[in-house]
Design a protein around this ligand. Sequence first.
Ligand code: MG
Length: 217
Amino acid sequence: MKFNIPDYPGLQFGSIYCIGRNYAKHIEEMKSEMTEDPVVFLKPRSSIIFNGETILIPKASNNVHHEVELVLLIGSEITMVEPEDALKSVKALAVGLDITARDLQSSAKKNGLPWSLSKGFNTFAPVGNFVDYSPEIDLGQLDIMVNVNGEIRQSGNTSQMLFSCEDIISYLSKQFTLYPGDLIFTGTPQGVSPIIPGDTVNASLHNNLSLLTVYVR
Ligand code: MG
């Protein structure tokens, strides 16, 4: 079944929560404003792809961007958790790409409309291999990087996040019940840029804990 999570038998992908505007320099490059609470949006799970698969540029867009992000896999059902208890619910982490049809997102924003389409096309949520979370992994000190055809486009560290993983999980759990198999994309650092057919996109998380290679067509 397409939604089975690799390496976690019996677990299927659930909701995909994404955090926007979580790195100050990315907010600057987007000419957006900081917010008091995390900006939350969702992607359909039909957008998930894995290592070796191909991002399909939709006909509707002429400007598709990569956004490299730390992705958390939730392992337990939680609601209303405080930040100090939030990391107990993290089962695993991976590097991921929040692929975005920037032109469609911009026109949705301009018209005050939801930007789900721009973020939710098939293949728009590539995720690398999952690595089990343990408290020795400091989620606030992880390098994330993406290169396109060998050229580094984004290189950041989760210490630059405005809302920490603890804050994000706590905040989400106060709006929604989180379930095992849910994913959280935690936001992207600066350097987002276009990808086009023929490109090879390589993303990595801290010392190659998680790696992702996808192609573009
Ligand atoms: Mg993003």
